[in-house]
Design a protein around this ligand. Structure first.
Ligand SMILES: Cc1ncc(COP(=O)(O)O)c(C=O)c1O
Length: 490
């Protein structure tokens, strides 16, 4: 899937069409005149870094020139570094160097106050909404028959033991399978370093408990997954928000600055397919992040729940692949790809393993042997890999369909971060709206949508929405996108 930020193209094309051609010498070759007009557009600020350029075909039509002439004009701008070509996606305004442009001045650690918004989201999660809200794959996309077969087979083999406790650190067969799979992307942990948890949520809680004390600050992405924010609140921790680029993820210069000023007790981030942005840090940045935090003596809690959705074949390495000293506490689960309700998660806590194991034993300690055995079987059989391949294709189709509908029905200037992987769209609206009111009106029509304020500690980000695209793009679903577009306009 292409890695792009789409600012609604039809509007951009209109903007480029408004160029005053009288400023250009008519005697110039066509491609130069067209290139000059595009340069004016860029200089005027009508297009922003990362915006998609008009396509060569449309440019040719608009300027009534041949396709090669239009392409030549675009290539001129590319040679000047003003635009970049992305395979199969067209030309884009060269993305800004976000590291340099992000202002170093950050607010300090803040308490999390968003619980009322989150409560309203959870209270509606049970109802059968048109599922653009919660970050979950369509249940029909899960391999239900495979899962049921695995449960039956595990039940037969375990017999009465299937109903017993699975004691910490969790069943060895499952831990072995998880470690073997993770070794393929370079993870530095073995089965002995893993603790099975009730989903990634419990893994994150154990990680925070292991390295933070109430009142500590934890550096998180801005915007951040609301479950992380709720955990911080519940544990009496403060959120230190670090600017996060929609394409390249957590920004290291502001993070280094925040570390110097505020000395957080931990950094909690999703460097691969971040929720809600869909951003993934380039591999070199992941290495830098691990090195930076190792030098600072601050643990990285890596939330990798969407990691298996990344990459066309082999997924990219998580930060844990570069962890030589056990400073990365790696958390993941099968919730976003296989079976959210099975609550199979895990944590490889590096040098914090003893504290995590102890906390697991002291707290909500038992797992379900039946589910752990069945999950282990699905991982061992190759069924998981086959399912993942199918899932990624469906996800890509779903994302494309929703982006197209947002482009068609949202107001001028709306920007959508089209994720390289994963199924979440982060939509920035061009004017202040009351995202919570949009959420409320959508709910009244049976449509789920996640309002921007859910993703910040103080319920800010009013003019953002997150849309879940892991669904069949049926007429009903796409009409729901239109409806949300209408609420946003009024
Ligand atoms: C970034 C992120 N981390 C963790 C979770 C929770 O995962 P689990 O269901 O395995 O607890 C979610 C669920 O939405 C998520 O988006």
């Amino acid at each position: 899937m292409a890695l792009i930020i789409v600012c609604i193209v039809r509007f951009i094309e209109n903007q480029t069409a408004q160029i005053d051609m009288s400023v250009l010498p008519l005697s110039s070759p066509h491609y130069r005149r067209i290139a000059e007009s595009l340069r004016h557009t860029l200089a005027s600020g009508a297009l922003r870094p990362g915006d998609r350029m008009i396509s060569a075909r449309k440019l040719a039509e608009r300027e009534q020139v041949s396709l090669p002439t239009a392409l030549e004009a675009l290539r001129c701008l590319e040679a000047e570094g003003l635009i970049i070509a992305r395979p199969r996606s067209g030309y884009f305004v060269t993305p800004r160097n976000t590291e340099r442009q992000i202002p170093p001045a950050l607010s300090g650690p803040v308490p999390v106050t968003l619980s009322a918004v989150a409560r309203s989201l959870f209270s509606s999660a049970e109802s059968r909404l048109i599922p653009l809200g919660a970050a979950l794959p369509d249940p029909h996309w899960l391999p239900t028959e495979t899962l049921q077969r695995a449960l039956q087979s595990a039940g037969r083999r375990l017999d009465a033991h299937g109903q017993s406790y699975s004691l910490p650190p969790g069943r060895a067969d499952l831990r072995n399978k998880i470690a073997t799979r993770a070794a393929q992307w370079g993870a530095r942990f073995s089965a002995d370093d893993l603790v099975i948890t009730a989903g990634a949520t419990q893994a994150l809680r154990l990680a925070l408990r292991a390295v933070c004390q109430p009142g500590d600050a934890v550096a998180i992405e801005q915007p951040a997954y609301f479950g992380t924010l709720l955990l911080l609140k519940d544990l009496g921790l403060k959120a230190l928000q670090i600017p996060t680029d929609p394409i390249e993820g957590l920004l290291l210069a502001p993070l280094a600055d925040a570390i110097n000023r505020h000395r957080p007790a931990a950094v909690l981030a999703s460097p691969t397919v971040q929720n809600p942005l869909g951003a993934s840090m380039p591999v070199a940045r992941k290495q830098e992040l691990v090195a930076l935090l190792e030098r600072a003596g601050i643990p990285l809690i890596e939330d990798d729940v969407y990691g298996d959705l990344a990459g066309d074949g082999q997924r990219p390495p998580a930060c844990k692949a570069f962890d030589q000293r056990g400073n990365v506490i790696y958390c993941s689960s099968l919730s976003k790809t296989l079976a959210p309700g099975w609550r199979i998660g895990w944590i490889a806590a590096g040098r914090y393993h003893p504290q995590v194991l102890q906390a697991r034993m002291a707290g909500d300690w038992a797992g379900a042997p039946l589910l752990e055995t069945a999950a282990s079987d699905v991982l061992a059989s190759g069924d998981y890999e086959r399912h993942l391949r199918r899932l990624k294709v469906r996800v890509e189709k779903g994302v494309r369909a929703v982006i197209a509908r947002v482009e068609a029905s949202f107001p001028l200037g709306t920007c959508v971060t089209a994720p390289e992987a994963g199924f979440l769209l982060w939509v920035e609206l061009p004017h202040p709206i009351n995202a919570l009111e949009v959420h409320r009106r959508a709910l009244a029509l049976g449509i789920g949508v996640s309002p921007g304020p859910l993703f910040s500690p103080g319920a800010e980000l009013q003019n953002f929405l997150r849309l879940n695209c892991a669904n069949e793009p049926t007429a009903q679903l796409l009409n729901a996108v239109d409806q949300i577009g209408r609420f946003v306009m009024n």
